[in-house]
Design a protein around this ligand. Structure first.
Ligand code: CP
Length: 304
């Protein structure tokens, strides 16, 4: 694996390999190599808390040296292009770039670079490390994906998490369903749209999505009414109470409390929202390690 750009590019074997490596790192069964002679740059052209901070921790645990880069203090502010910025970082010695950008498939214009790119989210396109950490979290609960009933609720059309997870979880054998306001349906994804109240009692995983106001046109966002949305598509206490005993609640976060999910349910016993964030750091260690190994680094040392 030379890059991680889209879940469409990963085979189910590669997905299993990555989540098993992440789980082994988490348990202490796999001690990844240290990359003290390697440099990484994190280029976040869109805001982030989880993805950026967990990549930073993962990189430092792997011994990588960080190239300091912030869009608001870089020559991007003088008009330097996205391609020239990335090419410059390659030329000064970056061995890997982690990039988040509002442009869907931004990575198409970076094909001539000779260093790995890890996609930290591209517009409404893909969020592969989020999908992998979600898959890792589901695997910890169920140890399998075949036949799981997964309901993804909310802003499907604008969500890179919905797209990545629909593709990967369907490929792994899960039954993925969507529930969404009419305006946020995405007919390019071949999953059934269902009424949350008709399926809630036999769902294994309910995955809530943040309403992506920044990707809406003004008319769409000004007509949005949070209380109505919560009542129709959110996880209310009444819906939570109908979930079966083993069912879990997920959300990629940041969470709009009281909109996608009732405030009191964010840390309820079935919620895995903060577990997803914890797993994200291990998963990102596994991804960076796997990619750098593919690029010729030494073999991992397994310590058990
Ligand atoms: N889930 C996620 O991508 O969160 P951030 O935008 O905070 O990175």
């Amino acid at each position: 694996m030379d890059n991680l750009l889209s879940m469409e590019h990963l085979s189910t074997n590669e997905i299993h390999e990555l989540i098993q490596r992440a789980s082994a790192i988490k348990k202490g069964d796999l001690k990844p190599q240290r990359y003290e002679d390697k440099f990484v740059a994190n280029l976040f052209f869109e805001n982030s808390t989880r993805t950026k901070s967990s990549f930073l921790v993962a990189e430092q645990k792997l011994g990588l040296k960080l190239i300091d880069f912030e869009t608001n203090t870089s020559s991007v502010q003088k008009g330097e292009s996205f391609y020239d910025t990335c090419k410059t970082l390659e030329q000064v010695g970056a061995d890997v770039l982690v990039i988040r950008h509002s442009q869907t498939t931004y990575y198409e214009e970076l094909k001539s670079l000779n260093i790995p790119i890890i996609n930290g989210g591209d517009g409404s396109g893909q969020h592969p490390t989020q999908s992998l950490l979600d898959i890792m979290t589901i695997y910890e609960e169920y140890q399998s994906f075949e036949g799981l009933n997964i309901l993804i609720c909310g802003d499907i059309k604008n969500s890179r998490v919905a797209r990545s997870n629909f593709q990967s979880l369907s490929a792994l054998g899960a039954n993925v369903m969507f529930s969404s306001p009419e305006a946020w349906k995405d007919c390019s994804l071949d999953a059934p749209y269902v009424d949350i109240d008709t399926v809630i009692d036999h769902i294994d995983i309910v995955m809530l999505l943040r309403v992506q106001h920044e990707r809406h046109d003004n008319g769409e966002s000004t007509s949005f009414e949070a209380n109505n949305y919560h009542e129709q598509f959110g996880l209310t206490q009444a819906r939570y109470d109908k979930l079966h005993n083993q069912a879990i609640v997920m959300h990629p976060a940041p969470v709009n409390r009281g909109v996608e999910i009732d405030h009191s349910l964010v840390e309820a016993s079935k919620s895995r929202i903060f577990k997803q964030m914890e797993n994200g750091m291990y998963l990102r260690m596994a991804v960076i390690d796997y990619i750098l190994q593919t690029k010729g680094a030494e073999t991992n040392e397994v310590i058990k």
